[in-house]
Design a protein around this ligand. Structure first.
Ligand code: ADP
Length: 395
């Protein structure tokens, strides 16, 4: 059988990210982004063997954008597209792994909309458009939450009245599961350990950030919760705050729920602390120039990350290694170094030469000799989604 091609689609409310993965090739044969969908400025950008291109797709919606993306994908696949993998943010308790999309799956995804009101309806819109356009192709949904469904109850329950859990699904779900799974698996390969008998702490640090404890190939705990707001300091998200903050702001400042939501999700995190930017590169440069807000934002980010990793350690019987991934984790020796400096209790220490070398896609071990492993492992969520899709294709 020749190597198969999978188109991976990630639909947001006004964007579609896509990548074409050939199972035999390490790099994407096509990748791109359709953005500002539904507006006169809608644009499609893509990169393939011929180079980079952009084109205006004025007023295009998800379906129209996908109908433009398909011929690009078919061409890049040499006319042989075998399936489509969709990233879906929330699978609730229903989805513990990826699934082939049928009517029942569509209904179950729609039923979790209350848990992810911004994301799941957009994901569903993309799936429905793709099903209409490519009815003959097998399509698979891969959930950000599914990997964390193996968490034990003591890790996923909140200490709130039970009825909120039983009747309304109020519990911790966790996100970035595809990434935590991909990098922990890859780390096991790199270290020649059996994934099914390995213990990892993982830190996915992108615009959203989360940690996880992965034992024998199963997530045992993670820092995000009912929503992606819980846990670490992120680009614009606060991460953990006192749950009474909502009441405090409502009582003292008269803020509405919408205002508080907006502030915690869009105006906080690195942006809120620094008063400058949500982008770690910009903050590192500003810190170099002595910017106090950028310096503080980086210090809080690293301390809170270290604290979360130490807490995740409770879920591990032993530590085979700590893994850094995501745009920040893969590219910032400074953040890795400042974070590990807070983890002396776990006996972690870095070899700063190795640390400096692991940037721009370079994977490898960065711990000092004689200390527990610390690895940089570039994530590849698209490839993991393609692998999950391939595994479910009818024989
Ligand atoms: P997303 O979650 O949107 O996929 P990424 O994983 O691409 O985001 O991560 C984006 C973050 O990575 C940004 O904060 C960006 O500044 C940071 N980043 C990328 N390159 C570097 C770098 N060389 N040094 C520090 N931070 C970096």
């Amino acid at each position: 059988m020749s190597a198969r091609n999978i188109l991976v689609i990630n639909c947001g409310s006004s964007s579609i990210k896509f990548a074409l993965i050939n199972e035999a090739q390490p790099h994407f044969t096509l990748s791109g982004l359709a953005e500002r969908l539904g507006s006169p400025q809608a644009e499609l950008h893509w990169k393939n063997a011929e180079g980079k291109r952009s084109e205006l797709i004025q007023g295009a919606d998800h379906r129209q954008a996908l109908s433009r993306i398909l011929p690009l994908a078919e061409k890049a696949a040499g006319g042989q597209l075998h399936g489509i993998g969709h990233r879906v943010v929330h699978g609730g308790e229903h989805f513990t792994s990826a699934c082939l999309i049928d009517q029942a799956a569509l209904q179950a995804i729609a039923a979790t909309a209350a848990l992810a009101p911004l994301h799941n309806p957009a994901n569903l819109q993309g799936i429905e458009a793709a099903l209409k356009l490519f009815p003959q192709l097998p399509q698979v949904a891969v959930f950000d939450t599914a990997f964390h469904q193996s968490m034990p109850e003591h890790a996923y329950r909140y200490a709130v009245p039970e009825a909120l859990y039983r009747q309304h699904g109020v519990r911790r779900y966790g996100f970035h599961g595809t990434s935590h799974r991909f990098v922990s698996q890859r780390a096991s390969e790199l270290c020649q350990l059996d994934y099914q008998a390995s213990c990892w702490l993982t830190a996915h640090l992108g615009n959203g950030c989360s940690t996880a404890a992965v034992v024998n190939g199963h997530s045992q705990d993670t820092s995000m919760g009912l929503t992606p707001l819980e846990g670490l300091v992120m680009g614009t998200r606060s991460g953990d705050v006192d749950p009474n903050l909502h009441g405090h702001l409502a009582r003292t400042l008269g803020w509405s729920l919408e205002q508080i939501d907006q502030m915690l999700n869009k105006e906080s995190g690195l942006l809120g602390l620094s008063g400058l930017s949500n982008d770690m590169r910009a903050l590192e440069e500003a810190r170099e120039q002595g910017h106090a807000g950028a310096t503080l934002a980086i210090e809080v980010f690293c301390y809170r990350l270290a604290k979360s990793l130490a807490a995740m350690g409770c879920a591990l019987p032993r530590l085979d290694g700590l893994i850094f991934t995501g745009g920040i984790g893969e590219n910032s020796p400074l953040i890795r170094s400042r974070t590990v400096a807070h983890l002396r209790l776990l006996n972690l220490a870095l070899d700063e030469t190795a640390n400096a070398q692991c940037i721009r896609g370079q994977e490898g071990a960065i711990q000092a000799a004689g200390h527990p492993r610390v690895l940089v492992v570039p994530t590849n969520e698209e490839r993991q989604i393609a692998l999950d899709t391939l595994a479910l294709l009818p024989a």
